[in-house]
Design a binder for this molecule. Structure first.
Ligand code: AHR
Length: 619
């Protein structure tokens, strides 16, 4: 196979931030996931759900050692999260938290524990982390005051364990109200308090993402307008962030997760910090006055939309305003006087037809007038073709260029669709809005769990080759969803799987990483012999040629590049027959079946492996 790169014939400029991340609290991605809080239902609030049978404010808590535990809301610590536990315990009695699957503690590491209490107990209040019969770490607090009082301690684990049970017990018994209990590893990503799991956040950083889209997804819309994501509920002291139920309690894919709520401890301020720590652009998505159109038909009348638009303006001020502005002052008070530099804002998630168009227009009018610098992103609905999709693009056809900077397209599609659509953007109108491929993934089959295998990864890589070749149209792209906790998953496939102590990176993850780490400044023209099932793009960065190729065939190809050697990184797998190669995947037990391999080559020839994605770089 012959490939001639015409390095002096530039093609299109590539947005250096094109490859980004989509984060949604689905599959326990936030609480029980990236958000490093170890306790589950820490403030006894699992009450708010619309699904009556899922209401259970004491979820994840159990009485231990002779204790009576009840849920109360009378005279609460704060009115926003009114629930707390009232316990009447004998000596040694108390309560224990399930902590999802138990806490992972590392020998010698420190953990911050805090809780609020009031009541009567003469002896000590003991917090302990217990694995089997062994206490791995503990702290003691003198009695309790009559009024709510915050108690804090730092504990050191004297053993590595995977299943520690957090317990609050009373040495000599007593009667106590307990609220807002929290346990964090001291070691978080960038050592931030109220921070993130370092292993999970590091995996994101390794992609070198250009942006982070947050907080979703359907969670933005909510299952009913009451359940929508309200960013203002997610900033400020964590105990005052109103717990919301998670709309993925009922996922629409036949899975129920009755214990799935949002503590919102990972809120908008933390998302902005994460973007800063990852060196990427924040891309928040706001509710546009509509619930999830799949699940409900709740829409806020246009004349009542002001509050929603206000939220958008306040968000811009929170992110970018000076400390003299009310929301800029709030950001400064939280510890970040300098602005976050918000550039993108998406209005609505998967919304469609006139109801959406009218609401988007109402947002756009106000935001464009006050903040022309903000690049707005509009929705094209949940599908990447069909009546609603066409309508969304047609609606934009006669609009001014600044009306929508980009259109959010979503596709969860089989591998054959992705391979057949690598030229999808070749014919897009270059004078219209740009494309934000805001959610995409290869879905192999309708049944859950859908596999995260090499076949899916190669199909995604081929599609991304199409993105790169059309980078003048495709400005941003993000695989979705990002995270899934094993055993707590409502949606597959996902990019990264995890449990309480480790992560597993999928072949799709490596494709994102290989793209994110090898984006050219611009594409270049190239000519190559046509080979069926081989997909190619070429570009240049800092004088170096970067070629990306997917070989979706069982044959290897000798590639004649006409260079004097270079480096290559390839992703493939081994197997006794082609199907086995395509079905190869990583698991928690076998994490390295499909991982990229780097090598260098001399001379102008390089052998492209069967069923592989390869990035070649040469001077
Ligand atoms: O990524 C999972 C879901 O898929 C998102 O929440 C939604 O936008 C889409 O339907």
């Amino acid at each position: 196979m012959f490939l001639k790169v015409k390095r002096n014939n530039p093609g299109v400029k590539v947005n250096p931030g094109m490859v980004g991340l989509f984060f949604e609290d689905i599959n326990y991605a936030a609480d029980g996931g990236l958000y490093a809080e170890m306790l589950e239902n820490r403030s006894f609030e699992y009450l708010s759900t619309k699904v009556e049978k899922f209401k259970s404010p004491l979820t994840a808590w159990a009485a231990v050692g002779g204790c009576e535990m009840t849920h109360r809301t009378y005279d609460p610590m704060n009115a926003v999260n009114p629930g707390y536990a009232h316990i009447v315990a004998g000596a040694g009695g108390g309560i224990a938290n399930r902590a999802y699957e138990g806490c992972y503690l590392e020998k010698g590491e420190e953990y911050r524990f805090s809780f609020y209490s009031r009541g009567k107990c003469e002896g000590k209040i003991i917090f302990s982390l217990v694995s089997g019969y062994v206490t791995v770490a503990s702290a003691e607090f003198e009695g309790a005051a009559e009024k709510w009082e915050k108690r804090e301690a730092v504990l050191t684990a004297d053993k590595t364990v995977y299943d520690a049970e957090p317990r609050i017990t009373l040495e000599r018994g007593g009667e106590l109200d307990i609220d807002m209990c929290s346990l964090f590893p001291k070691k978080t990503f960038k050592n931030r308090e109220n921070g993130l799991r370092p292993d999970m956040a590091r995996a994101l950083a390794d992609i070198k993402p250009g942006f982070l889209r947050f907080p979703g997804g359907c969670i933005v819309e909510g299952n009913g307008i009451d359940n929508r994501y309200r960013w203002k509920d997610t900033v400020g002291p964590v105990e005052t962030r109103r717990t919301n139920w998670n709309r993925w309690q009922e996922g629409g894919v036949g899975v129920t997760a009755p214990d799935y709520y949002q503590s919102l401890g990972l809120g908008f301020y933390e998302y902005f910090l994460l973007c800063e720590d990852l060196g990427c652009e924040p891309l928040p998505v706001l509710n546009c006055g509509m619930g999830c159109q799949y699940q409900c038909d709740e829409t806020i009348p246009l004349e009542e939309l002001d509050g929603y638009i206000r939220d958008a303006l306040d968000l811009i001020e929170f992110a970018n305003g000076g400390p003299e502005t009310p929301w800029g002052a709030k950001r400064a008070e939280l510890g970040h006087p300098s602005p976050f530099g918000l550039k993108y804002l998406a209005i609505g998630n998967e919304q469609w037809e006139e109801k959406y168009f009218e609401r988007y227009e109402a947002f756009q009018r106000v935001i464009a007038a006050r903040h022309p610098e903000i690049l707005l992103i509009s929705s094209s609905g949940p599908a990447c073709a069909g009546k609603e999709f066409e309508k969304a693009w047609n609606w934009l056809a006669d609009k001014d260029k600044s009306f929508a900077f980009a259109v959010d397209e979503h596709y969860y599609v089989p591998s054959r669709w992705l391979f057949a659509n690598t030229h999808r953007y070749d014919d897009y109108d270059r004078s219209g809005p740009k494309v934000f491929a805001g959610e995409y993934a290869c879905h192999l089959g309708p049944a859950q769990p859908r596999p995260n295998n090499l076949e899916a990864a190669l199909a995604e890589a081929a599609m991304m080759i199409g993105f790169e070749r059309n980078a003048d149209v495709v400005h941003l792209a993000a695989y979705a969803p990002l995270f899934a906790r094993e055993g707590f998953t409502q949606w597959t496939p996902d990019l990264i799987f995890f449990n309480n102590h480790e992560i597993m990176l999928t072949p799709s993850y490596y494709v994102q990483k290989m793209f994110g780490n090898n984006l050219p400044d611009h594409t270049v023209e190239f000519s190559c012999t046509h080979e069926e099932n081989v997909y190619v793009t070429a570009g240049v960065k800092d004088g170096e040629v970067i070629v990306k190729l997917v070989n979706n065939s069982p044959r290897s190809h000798m590639l004649n590049l006409g260079c004097q050697g270079g480096t290559a990184e390839y992703l493939t797998a081994e197997g006794p027959h082609p199907r086995a190669v395509l079905e190869a995947k990583n698991t928690m037990e076998e994490k390295y079946n499909v991982v990229p391999v780097k090598e260098s080559f001399d001379g102008g020839e390089y052998t492209l492996r069967p069923f592989s994605f390869t990035v070649i770089r040469f001077k």
